[in-house]
Write a protein that binds this ligand. Sequence first.
Ligand code: HEC
Ligand code: HEC
Length: 335
Amino acid sequence: MSKKLALISLLAAFILGLAACGNQSSQGVPTPVINADTLVYAVPDTNKIPHDPYGDMVRYGRDLVFNTAKYIGPDGSVGKYLGNKMNCSNCHLDGGTRPYGLNYFTTHARYPQYRGREDRILSLGERINKCIERPHNGTPMPLDAKEIIAIECYISWVGTNTVVGQHINGDESLEINYPDRPADITRGAEVYSQHCQSCHGVNGEGQWTPDGSTYLYPPLWGLKSYQKGSSPHRIIKAARFIKANMPDKIAHWTKPTLTDDQCVDVAGFINDDRIHPRPEKKDSKANPDYPNIKFKAIDYGIGPFVDTFSEMQHKFGPYKPIIEYHKAHHLPILF
Ligand code: HEC
Ligand code: HEC
């Protein structure tokens, strides 16, 4: 190649590099290192978030995920969208970067996606709004709001090392062996007072930070907690999260503190609507969850169902007979 030609192709490569958008930006992109044997996903390094317009939005999105209430909470500086003062990172642990902690490793790669609860395809921005509406008991933001786009950028950045369609261990929640009986609420209450109450409070109310702007320990029930019908309100979802992550800083996905039965029992206790109030979806009558019952999550406790099991059994278990029935009838098994 002549010197001139070489220079032109170098220039072209440079311009192409500049034009590349999203997480393909030339700066700060780690080489994908995903080793199926080592279990864990290589979370990109925050120090390497590029210093360009995309990187600035990634940093803002990360800040929003950790300090959600400050920006878009009931007293938010940007707008009042959330109905409570929880932060995304209270559930999406370590800002959605913890294995088995409701992380965002493959999220960006899996959206747009069909969601049974809404019975339609949701974009990533719409899915973010669903968490603003349900666990945060709030009002959706405009999809072109800077905050929604920033959170999308952050989620795409967390997924930098994801290969689309590739399974990543730790992306889902930890497996659990379901007991052959319903969740035992009395035993769940005992587990709660022994392992959870010191942080989350006698009445599940959590504990405020000294200035009351958000939580040191987020609430688990009550009107300031997540809504009925939101994902953590379902016992299987909650139990699998608790197994890998609670009590906080004690349990670890490699070494859970509670047994599987205890996880199901305490998740049942927390999410028992007969004893613990929580906010309701505003239009739940006119606009029920899972309008196509074939795609209803099996631990959602409100009928009608495609199968023959009661609301009580769907909510509290035992779940194995429901799973077996769905298998035998070639019905989806969704959690
Ligand atoms: C009270 C707990 C809680 C809070 C707070 C919360 N989420 Fe979620 N979020 C969940 C659960 C549970 C799921 C369901 C995960 C699943 O389907 O396995 C979820 C799912 C999601 C998903 C889809 C993930 C995927 O990979 O399919 C996104 C995106 C998301 N949340 C974003 C947010 C954002 C942004 C915030 C803050 C504005 C937030 N969430 C606050 C519990 C929460
Ligand atoms: C040492 C204090 C501590 C203990 C004990 C503890 N948690 Fe937590 N829990 C936390 C903190 C802190 C968070 C938020 C994590 C974050 O923001 O990084 C949290 C988050 C949660 C969440 C998701 C957020 C929400 O409010 O819905 C659930 C569910 C939960 N804990 C359940 C439990 C259960 C069940 C137990 C007992 C088995 C338990 N926790 C024990 C401190 C604790």
